[in-house]
Design a protein around this ligand. Structure first.
Ligand code: 5GP
Ligand code: ZN
Length: 114
């Protein structure tokens, strides 16, 4: 946990551009954005990925989506649309082992994802 980059960002040991924070989540700009708006919404507890989510996290995960849609509005992508992505594990493309939700917008995305 001490070596987790996102825990260090949450603890302000590593600088990031935080756009929202409350007692449950922190949201900051992705360091390597893949869209004009690319924000990571991160639950504060160190949960490794979606596989580690338990019943006790239901309120927390629901809160993530409420925060995400508020950020979509704040960053002006709510009406045109946006995408929320959770990568899980190696095949899912997860590179940071602390559960996070990518909020992506400001351009059109293709589907199915490649
Ligand atoms: P994943 O690939 O695990 O779904 O997403 C990890 C994301 O974290 C990537 O989009 C990557 O650009 C971002 N990221 C990695 N290290 C840092 C960092 O130190 N600061 C910020 N703001 N984003 C980071
Ligand atoms: Zn962590």
């Amino acid at each position: 946990m001490i070596e987790c980059i996102f825990c260090k960002i949450l603890n302000k040991e590593i600088q990031s551009e935080i756009v929202y924070e409350d007692e449950l989540v922190c949201a900051f700009k992705d360091i390597n954005p893949t869209a004009p708006v690319h924000i990571l919404v991160v639950p504060k507890p160190h949960i490794e990925n979606l596989n580690a989510v338990q019943q006790q996290h239901k309120e927390l995960i629901g809160h993530v989506f409420v925060v995400a849609k508020e950020l979509a509005k704040k960053f002006g992508i709510d009406e045109k649309g946006y995408r929320i992505v959770v990568n899980c594990g190696a095949d899912g493309g997860q590179t940071i082992d602390h559960l996070h939700f990518h909020l992506l917008g400001g351009r059109k995305f293709s589907w199915p994802a490649g």
